[in-house]
Design a binder for this molecule. Structure first.
Ligand code: C5P
Length: 232
C-alpha cells in the first residue's frame, strides 16, 4: 500500500467542496467524504469528485447485521470508491460479509478499513457505560486483530497507535491516521496530534488531514507541504 495524504472534505455541501477543490492547480488529492457531505448530496457527489480524477475514501462507518452491510458495501463498490470503512464493533462475521459485498466480479475491491474504538470513547465510558472490560488500548488491538482475521486491510487509528497496530497485526496491515497538525499549526479540538513527519516515522500508511489544509490561506500549498513531510 502506498503512503498518501488524504484530505478530509468536511464541508456541508457540494458548492463549498467544489470551491475548495477548484482552488487546486494540478494536484488531485485523495479526498475523504464523510457522513455530512454524503448525506447532504448523495452518491452523486462521489461520482462528480471521481470524475475530476480524485481517489475517494468514503467514510460512512457501516455497522449493521452482516447481510445488510454486505448489500450496502456492494452499492459502495459500484460507486468505485478507493477506500471505505465500517465499525469493528459489528463483529467478525459482519466484517467478512462486508469484504464479500465489496468485492467486484473481477476480484478487485476498494481498501476496507475498520474503526476500532472511537476516540470520543474514554476508558471510563467503555468500562462503565458500555460494560466492556479491560483496558482501552487492548480493546483497540483486539478489534484490529478481528478486522485482520475477517480479511480487512487495516484500521483507522491515532498516529500514536500506528506502531503497536503494525506490531500486532503485521507491517502490511494498513493504518489510516487522523489527528495530524503542522509543527507550527493550531491543534484545534484534536487532543493528541502528530506532525506529518512524525506520522511517517511511526509508520502511518495514510494520514487524514482536514483543517490544516481546508482552512489554510493556500490549501494547495498546505497539501503539498503535507505530502513533502509525510511521503518525502
Ligand atoms: O480537521 P482535522 O484534521 O482535525 O480533521 C480530521 C478528520 O479525521 C475529520 O474528518 C475527523 O472526523 C476525522 N477523524 C478524527 N479522529 C478520529 C477519527 C476520524 O479526527 N478518531
Amino acid at each position: 500500500m502506498g503512503k498518501d495524504v488524504i484530505v478530509a472534505c468536511d464541508f456541508a455541501g457540494a458548492k463549498q467542496t467544489f470551491d475548495f477543490l477548484d482552488s487546486f492547480g494540478t494536484a488531485r488529492p485523495f479526498v475523504k467524504i464523510g457522513m455530512e457531505l454524503y448525506y447532504a448530496e448523495g452518491p452523486d457527489i462521489v461520482r462528480k469528485i471521481k470524475e475530476r480524477g480524485h481517489k475517494i475514501f468514503l467514510d460512512l462507518k457501516l455497522h449493521d447485521i452482516p447481510n445488510t452491510v454486505k448489500k450496502a458495501m456492494a452499492v459502495l463498490s459500484r460507486l468505485d470508491v478507493d477506500m471505505t470503512n465500517l465499525h469493528a464493533g459489528g463483529g467478525v462475521e459482519m466484517m467478512k460479509y462486508a469484504v464479500e459485498g465489496l468485492t467486484r466480479p473481477d476480484g478487485t475491491r476498494p481498501i476496507l478499513i475498520a474503526v476500532t474504538m472511537l476516540t470520543s470513547i474514554s476508558q471510563e465510558v467503555m468500562t462503565k457505560e458500555l460494560g466492556v472490560s479491560g483496558q482501552l488500548p487492548e480493546t483497540v488491538i483486539r478489534y484490529a486483530k478481528n478486522a485482520r482475521a475477517a480479511g480487512l486491510d487495516g484500521v483507522v487509528c491515532s498516529p500514536l497507535e500506528a506502531g503497536v497496530v503494525h506490531e500486532s497485526c503485521g507491517a502490511d496491515f494498513v493504518t489510516v491516521t487522523p489527528g495530524v497538525r503542522f509543527a507550527d499549526g493550531d491543534a484545534g479540538d484534536q487532543k493528541r496530534v502528530m506532525t506529518p513527519g512524525q506520522a511517517r516515522i511511526i509508520g502511518s500508511d495514510y494520514i487524514v488531514v482536514g483543517r490544516p489544509i481546508t482552512a489554510a490561506p493556500d490549501p494547495e500549498a498546505a497539501y503539498l507541504r503535507c505530502v513533502r513531510e509525510f511521503v518525502g
